[in-house]
Design a protein around this ligand. Structure first.
Ligand SMILES: [Zn+2]
Length: 494
């Protein structure tokens, strides 16, 4: 879409962003030629059984719009709601703004939609209040669990993590899974992360509190099986063994897997899980990773059948998570045999032994099935079924679909999860949380998780700028979707 657009076209684009929501809405109508004040002369009526909702809207209007914030009051609106805890309805006209929701969460989403659409009043030097088009919207998410999965790399600025969390909330995701790549500064096991780890307890607590306010619950992750190096395999880095070789017995030779036969491994991982889970405010889920593991190879591990060893390890961790009042989440790929013809064309990484443990695993584990195909097959519209997800569901597990940059698959995947009664939607981002790929992933996933056909428009840049305003960013590096617009060495090298 052309970014050099006039007001009307911009609003047309915003309609798409709205979203994320508008096309999923059973009702959405607006008048692009009729804009009304959204300022301190206006009253927003918030109808919600939770009195905290009106208070939240009032507080955040004041934060966003300062002295020009609309007034907020509780009351009835007469607006119809769709089903579900997070449904919301909103109306804007010359009489003011109305918001109806069953929960604070629903009221937040309504408020975010209004914020995404509002523009500054015209004709002044500085902003003196906002404008909204007259509109009426009734909306509800496609899936109740909608997450973004982040990687906290040494190379990523902590400000970027906060921006990513805030932007996810603004786009109406309600969970963020955070995977520290050697960056969680454990106090219990200080040898585990890199020495420069900046995911400190204080920083995590700060982000958790922000998430609670803006409507997104943070879920911690530890790779408890493969990926034990906390580094990309192509770098051969290892956050623990490169600096602290004395911990070699905890890992398989090479360091990619944890040593599953060593009882110290289970003790250490449980202690790390407890530390992070508590630090994250004891959320209802904990992700234990478990993707892309190698076959165990140390002299002690090979004495036990591979499947038996893996089953005991995962079960022990899942039961420990359960003892803390939460549910374990894990990646799916080791739980299916790559030689099984039923999964041809889909991502699976297990062998015959690990593929045979599924029916013995605790059923409260949530299986996160990552499938990254944006195939020619799908281009023809053929890929509307994900047999691995269906299989996990049939085996009695909660299953979440996890796309990546395959945005054409996102909506069909979300529809498939709804169809089979699955658990939710997790957008994985890995090392691509920047630039147009960031935009593609967030926009595609937001639309899909709210039940709309995937679309890409200018609402990403507007939303990202709002996030920057909320953070009061002042550094050039924390604006836009790239740190630099040309390579930092460009002046020298060119
Ligand atoms: Zn071993």
């Amino acid at each position: 879409m052309n970014r050099m657009i006039g007001l009307v076209a911009a609003v047309a684009a915003l309609q798409m962003s709205v979203c994320l929501t508008a096309e999923a809405a059973q009702t959405f109508s607006w008048d692009k030629n009729n804009w009304v004040a959204f300022d301190d002369t206006v009253t927003a009526t918030v109808e919600c059984p939770d009195p905290a909702a009106a208070e939240w809207v009032k507080t955040h209007f004041a934060e966003w719009y300062g002295a020009h914030a609309p007034n907020v009051t509780g009351g009835t609106t007469g607006l119809a709601l769709q089903a579900g805890d997070e449904a919301y309805a909103a109306e804007v006209n010359a009489d003011g703004v109305k918001i109806h929701a069953r929960t604070l969460a629903g009221a937040r989403w309504a408020t975010y939609t209004l914020r995404q659409i509002a523009i500054a009043k015209r004709g002044t030097f500085k902003t003196e209040g906002m404008l909204l088009p007259t509109m009426k919207i009734s909306d509800a998410p496609h899936l109740p669990f909608r997450a973004i999965h982040f990687c906290w790399f040494p190379e990523v600025r902590p400000q970027q993590i906060e921006r990513a969390i805030r932007l996810a909330a603004l786009m109406k995701f309600n969970y963020a899974i955070i995977e520290p790549w050697g960056m969680y500064k454990s106090e219990k096991h200080p040898w585990w992360p890199w020495p420069q780890a900046n995911m400190t307890k204080a920083e995590v607590s700060r982000l958790v509190a922000i998430g609670k306010d803006i409507g997104i619950t943070l879920i911690p992750q530890i790779n408890c099986y493969g990926h034990a190096s906390s580094s990309r395999g192509c770098t051969i880095k290892h956050s623990a063994l490169d600096i602290h070789p004395e911990y070699e017995p905890l890992f398989e030779p090479g360091g990619w897997n944890w040593c599953l036969s060593n009882p110290e491994t289970q003790r250490v991982l449980r202690e790390l899980i407890a530390e992070m889970h508590e630090n994250f405010g004891n959320p209802p889920y904990f992700h234990i990773g478990c993707d892309e593991a190698e076959r165990q190879s140390c002299p002690e591990c090979v004495k036990t059948p591979n499947g038996e060893l893996v089953l005991k390890h995962i079960t022990g961790l899942a039961e420990f998570v359960k003892s803390r009042g939460a549910r374990a989440m894990m990646w799916h790929d080791m739980l299916l045999d790559r030689a099984d013809f039923r999964w041809k064309g889909f991502t699976v990484c297990g062998n015959k032994e690990t593929g045979a443990i599924l029916d013995k695993l605790p059923k409260d584990i949530i299986i996160c099935d990552w499938q990254y195909q944006d195939t020619a097959q799908h281009e023809k519209g053929a890929l509307t079924d994900w047999p691995t997800m269906t299989y996990f569901k049939e085996q009695g597990f909660s299953v979440a679909c996890c796309p990546w940059m395959n945005d054409k698959s996102m909506k069909p995947m979300a529809d498939h999860i709804v169809k089979i009664g699955g658990f939710g939607f997790i957008e994985t981002t890995w090392h691509h949380l920047r630039g147009s790929e960031w935009q593609k992933m967030y926009m595609g996933a937001a639309y899909a998780a709210w039940g709309s056909p995937v679309s890409h428009d200018v609402s990403f840049q507007r939303s990202l700028r709002l996030v920057g305003q909320d953070m009061k960013v002042t550094d050039y590096l924390d604006t836009g979707f790239l740190n630099y617009q040309v390579s930092p060495g460009w002046w020298v090298n060119n």
